[in-house]
Write a protein of this length. Sequence first.
Length: 130
Amino acid sequence: MKKLFTTVLTMLTSIICFAQRGGTERSYEAIGLADGDEIAESLKIAIPLLIVGFLIAYIFMWSKKDTSKTDDASTNIGCFGIIIMAVGAFFLLPLLAWVEYIFVNIMTIGFAIVVVGVIIYFIYSALTKK
């Protein structure tokens, strides 16, 4: 019974924490959910940028065994590859909005199932006590 009480108290605390978070608007509400064509366009831009940026950074920075022998020019070019990857990650924001939307819905359904389960458990345990 103590574990169940602790679990219920923890869930209530998490509800309060979610209610107290910074803003009331989620990112998919602020920027809107992209449709399939917008997602495809952003992926057409983001995936090549991520691949090219990774290859540049890997060739000029990350593949070097001894970092003391690297010169500043190759390090600067490798840093440019990381910047290209960051730009590619920026173009993935419409997809991230969909991921957040799906995650929020799954968490809401899971939380509702847990609450219903706790209520059923309390009713069942109250009815079976002698």
